[in-house]
Write a protein that binds this ligand. Structure first.
Ligand code: DGJ
Length: 738
């Protein structure tokens, strides 16, 4: 509910278990009042009147550096971090005595000028493919108009509420109301103010093959920046945060603030802790090499910062963002099935060594073990026999597929599977027909080197003709063949970002990617898309709004995956987390893992198979089939249930997780031990979210009963049997009400 008190000019946003409040003060500055748990009961009266209960800022304070503006701008605040910095090239109508007409004026002050509540507002870069998410009931958005008193510039602060998950989406609309160009230097989507001392930060770091490594730190005074400067979301960081007061939040208790950016380009989350211990967050476009020009009467709508509050610790924050992503972000059109299919991907089986016969042989084996979607990876097009050539030439290679893709797709479909294909549309090899025709179509600075990475360059999506060309190339493929899945890859960072779009290329690139995806999805409603960027380099709420699943990491080693997936789970749901079972002898790490561990870890997300099925004997294939059949019985719980991290890797050397349906009737329990020492006794872990009064049976993969207990017993004593097990021990159990 959005409540406005006209007497005090106080706004109260009331969500399920949290509130968010701000006020236009005597000078019409929009000042933050508070964000926290709802007190409930009669105490809520003060939330609505705005007469008391908040720590109001002192507008007379020295230089206003500590005033908690809802959007902190360079102008009102000068030496702390700001969310908005603008260059005006319009002089005021009259100059005061002593003023000299120098330009640009780098000063913006925003004052409250009215508001409205609407139900149709959308943040920038919202998907346009028209495929609805699981829930699309009406949500209220508060739009607060802020006007610069002198300059022809208006900002609309937007707050869209998803009360059931305590989530507010924040974004800004920036509008040039004048006749001169306005240049924006710094542009966050929102400023957030947290109660002072909220300085324990949980985020992730990493690299290729080591994405989503969780880190928890106590922030010192000053600035802490999380960011990407690579043109995609990044392997080294991910645009989300969890923040709490140190020692006052744990996995399942305490107040935790969280935020995620719905944007896949250069982003920045700047957390500043002032000497007053006030904590502010500026989250949005990365100001690194950034410039946004607003032509006369032009409006720019930023993407959203999705933020929320959990009263149930880090786990509660994750569950809220998972549910929000499942219900409001991921496209979920009516399809033949509401669960993600079991995938086979041929990359690790064949790499570039593709042939029709080889793929058909794999497809037959894949279908026999229960695979539902068969995806051919890199190497099927142009001169792409190695990673040195071919990117950009999106035509089926007659050398590999003499009769085109038809014979293979026909066989895949006959076997009852959907057909998928790998593409890397933003990239080009200099050794390609496209590059030979259009050497000017790549990011580069004239007279400077074009540095290749993996022998490739990045197409200049600042050019509309390039974006159109790539759309047409993919469109032709989809028109010709019944392709139902694209694995959309992106395998390098930007190095020389020269473009016809100037500094705006960072943003334009993302816009181009989103536009192509949206147009394809709109035209081909049966098409699913996987976001891959050398593994997990492009996972965020912006890309998830137009894709169905993401490739979490190129590292498929099960023991490494336990950690990668746990870090991923801090922010993103299992439903779209693609996880493959690959070879016993892992191709990335060389480690040997048992099949049970590989399946138990991969079954925690959207299961895929990446092993070479030709190397497996009949017994092994039967084991694969048995696991896949089990996964199909439990995947609705994994893909749509609430996640509880019962034991976290960093504390226990093992990861024990549980997915449970919101009605508490079905759950999946999964343990995977990573660090084992003799004598490390592991007592059973109590489960969560069950009905204490109901009876449950716990089943193994073969349907055999391993335990029977009441919900109360399971939630106080857990499931026995995991004590004293060795390294790489794992098991997955299905918990079902009877
Ligand atoms: C990187 C991806 O992450 C891999 O899965 C594979 O598709 C290769 N690219 C293909 O070049």
């Amino acid at each position: 509910m959005i409540h406005f008190n006209p007497e005090t000019k106080t706004f109260n946003l009331l969500l399920k278990s949290s509130y968010y409040a701000f006020q236009a003060d005597a000078e019409n500055c929009l000042v933050h009042l508070g964000w926290g748990p709802r007190p409930g009961g009669t105490n809520e009266e003060f939330l609505l009147t705005g007469k008391s209960g908040y720590e109001t800022s002192d507008v007379e304070a020295f230089e206003r550096q500590t005033r908690r503006d809802e959007l902190i701008t360079f102008g009102d605040v000068s030496y702390h971090e700001v969310s908005l910095k603008v260059n005006f090239s319009t002089l005021p109508e009259t100059l005061n005595p002593g003023e000299f007409p120098h330009l640009p004026i780098r000063d913006v002050r925003l004052r409250y000028a009215g508001h409205e509540i609407v139900t149709t507002a959308q943040p920038g870069l919202a998907p346009t493919h028209g495929q609805p998410p699981a829930k699309s009931d009406i949500r209220e958005t508060l739009r607060v108009f802020l006007q610069d008193p002198v300059q022809p510039f208006r900002v609309v602060l937007c707050y869209r509420l998803t009360p059931e998950h305590d989530i507010i989406e924040r974004w800004c609309e920036l509008e040039n109301l004048g006749q001169e160009l306005i240049t924006i230097e710094v542009c966050s989507f929102a400023t957030l103010h947290l109660p002072n001392g909220t300085c324990e930060l949980t985020s992730v770091t990493g690299a290729w093959g080591r994405e989503f490594t969780p880190q928890r730190e106590r922030l010192p005074l000053g600035l802490r920046i999380l960011e990407s400067r690579t043109v995609q979301t990044s392997h080294a960081a991910n645009p989300f945060f969890l923040l709490n007061r140190p020692g006052q939040a744990w996995e399942e208790s305490g107040v935790v603030y969280f935020g995620l950016l719905a944007y896949s380009g250069n982003w920045r989350i700047a957390v500043e802790q002032l000497s007053s211990l006030d904590v502010r967050i500026h989250a949005g476009y990365n100001p690194f090499d950034f410039e946004l020009k607003l032509a006369p009467h032009q409006r720019h709508v930023t993407p959203a910062l999705v933020c929320g509050l959990s009263c149930d610790g880090w786990g509660g924050a994750s569950r809220r963002s998972h549910a929000f992503t499942r219900e409001r972000v991921l496209p979920r059109p009516e399809r033949d099935s509401s669960v993600r299919p079991v995938l086979y991907n041929s990359w690790e089986a064949t790499y570039f060594d593709l042939s029709v016969a080889g793929q058909i042989e794999l497809a037959r084996k894949a279908a026999a073990i229960g695979v539902e979607l068969f995806c051919v990876d890199d190497g099927w097009f142009g001169a792409r026999r190695t990673d040195h050539a071919g990117l950009g030439d999106w035509v089926v290679s007659p050398a590999v597929f003499p009769e085109g893709l038809d014979p293979l797709i026909a066989e895949v479909n006959r076997l009852g599977m959907k057909f998928g294909l790998w593409v890397e549309p933003e990239m080009i090899n200099p050794d390609s027909d496209l590059y030979r025709q259009h050497p000017d179509w790549v990011l580069h600075f004239p007279g400077r080197p074009r540095t290749e990475a993996r022998h490739q360059l990045i197409l200049d999506f600042g050019r509309t003709e390039v974006v159109e060309y790539i759309f047409q190339a993919l469109d032709r493929l989809l028109a010709q063949y019944p392709i139902e899945f694209f694995k959309w890859d992106m395998n390098r960072y930007a190095r020389e970002p020269g473009s016809v779009a100037g500094k705006d290329i960072w943003r334009k690139h993302v816009e181009g990617v989103y536009t192509i995806m949206d147009r394809l999805r709109q035209k081909y409603p049966k098409l699913d898309i996987q976001s891959c960027s050398g593994g997990g380099g492009r996972i965020d709420l912006g890309i998830l709004a137009r894709t169905d699943q993401v490739w979490t990491s190129d590292n498929t080693d099960a023991l490494d995956r336990i950690r990668i997936q746990e870090g991923y789970s801090l922010a993103y749901p299992a439903r779209c987390m693609e996880a493959w079972v690959t070879h016993a002898h892992n191709h990335q790490t060389g480690r040997i893992s048992p099949l049970s561990l590989r399946f138990d870890v991969a079954m925690r997300g959207a299961l895929g198979i990446g092993a070479s099925l030709n190397e497996l004997d009949e017994t092994e294939l039967a084991e694969y089939a048995s696991y896949i059949a089990f996964y199909k019985r439990i995947r609705h719980v994994i893909q749509d249930g609430d996640l509880y991290r019962l034991q976290r890797l960093e504390e226990y050397g093992a990861s024990v997780i549980q997915y449970v349906l919101p009605n508490g009737r079905e759950a999946v329990y999964s343990i995977a031990v990573r660090e084992h020492q003799m004598g490390w006794f592991r007592p059973p872990t109590p489960l969560k979210g069950l009905d204490p009064a109901a009876a449950y049976v716990v089943l193994d993969r073969h349907g055999a009963e391993v335990y029977r207990a009441s919900g109360y017993e399971l939630m106080t004593q857990g499931i026995r049997g995991d004590a004293g097990q060795g390294v790489a021990y794992s098991r997955t159990l299905y918990v079902k009400q009877i």
